[in-house]
Design a protein around this ligand. Sequence first.
Ligand SMILES: C[S@@+](CC[C@H](N)C(=O)[O-])C[C@H]1O[C@@H](n2cnc3c(N)ncnc32)[C@H](O)[C@@H]1O
Length: 473
Amino acid sequence: MARPSDRRRGSDPARRVAWHVCRRVDEGAYANLELPKVLKAEGIQGRDAAFATELTYGAIRMRGLYDPMIELAAGRPAHRIDAPILDTLRLGAHQLFGMRVPAHAAASETVGLARDVNGAGAAGLVNAVLRRLSERTREEWTEQLTAGLNPIEALAIRHSHPAWIVRALRGALLAAGTATRESVEDDLQALLEADNAAPHVSLVARPGLCTVDELVGVGASRSVLSPVGAVLPSGDPGAIRAVRETRAAVQDEGSQLVALALAGASMPGGDRHEEWLDLCAGPGGKAALLATLAARQDAVLFANEVSNHRTQLVRKTLAAVLDAGIEVMVGSGDGRDLGGEEPDTYDRVLVDAPCTGLGALRRRPEARWRRTAGDVPTLATLQRDLLTSAIDTARPGGLIGYATCSPHVAETTQVVDEVLGRRADVIREDARPLFRDTAGRQVTDLGAGPTVQLWPHLHGTDAMFFALLRKQT
Ligand SMILES: C[S@@+](CC[C@H](N)C(=O)[O-])C[C@H]1O[C@@H](n2cnc3c(N)ncnc32)[C@H](O)[C@@H]1O
């Protein structure tokens, strides 16, 4: 496919970038990886880059609402519209219904884009569809599209999530004790809205390598939630020296709290030199935080990852940690085998399990359209095997933290319940007191316990789940 730079330069560069990224995403790319590359290649920065980002992410995220609108306006199913033209129409719809672009500018700029990237013939179709779309408000279209649907299907269209995900999130809100039967519809709506809002950029100051004050000094504000966190209101985190040097990094505050919780859990038996294991470490965000926390407690970390490529990423993430002389080992292996290879060894073990990522939909605009309900049982089997192996690697008295960035009960409490149901040597501890905010107070709204469930609409974090288990002596 031609890059935007190869094409005639009649249309707005930011919109062309958005279209190009949407095409690449249709072909299997990830928007969060592709967009920065294309913005850089096109030399687009500042407000134009922010516009391109909002347009790209919104058009991809909201296609569950925009495609049915486009179908009505075009008088044909979306799969009968050429994919490159459909992407142009989605971008037009997002300018009309999701951004504060005046309708005439949204239409004329999108037709200009169509002329450039889809050809003169397609521009006529795009013009006609956008004119029809702009005859009604978003709410009017939504009312028409959801009339007569059951509540889950209606929410799926209104908030542009696949219905199976809406159902799973509703079940998770109830199961975690976050919502009651009375409040669940409001909670669900707030959660779905939070999934569609751009998340702020959270940074971690890796203890001993960087301070929150240093990040505040370059424009970030102190995190309310994470004692090692900061929030960047705008700008490119890559421009921050501490981030470039891997002394700090972009990391969700929920992930920070998970690592802090496991490191902070009490371990009777006093002053032994602990050995910690991160069983699924790639790309190394939690491993880097754990390694610095371990160093403060005179402990050492072994970071394990199954994929060779991701093991390399762990090494890159740990660059500043290793440069500082902090003792951390990095290895590549299947976490399911470690329980047999190194039984009864580690004091603290983190299983940050591969999961559907349904808790991080804000960050990955295409993820909701790629995942299927069929992924869940496959992942749950892997998660059970990894947790079982993690328990085997823990020494008697040792701790195991099980985390996912999905709140789906089949990946969270059901995994823990099933594994614990088969073993008499592990108990579940209340993890909630370990989640402490910057002021030292227990984080609110963590659920009914003993496990912890964080939420984008309540905490501003990804929907991280965390269970703390202790192996009996
Ligand atoms: C959720 S990610 C971990 C994120 C990481 N802890 C961080 O904070 O950067 C899960 C990781 O598990 C790895 N993984 C998948 N199957 C595995 C296995 N059988 N053994 C070890 N790691 C595995 C994946 O490659 C992926 O890197």
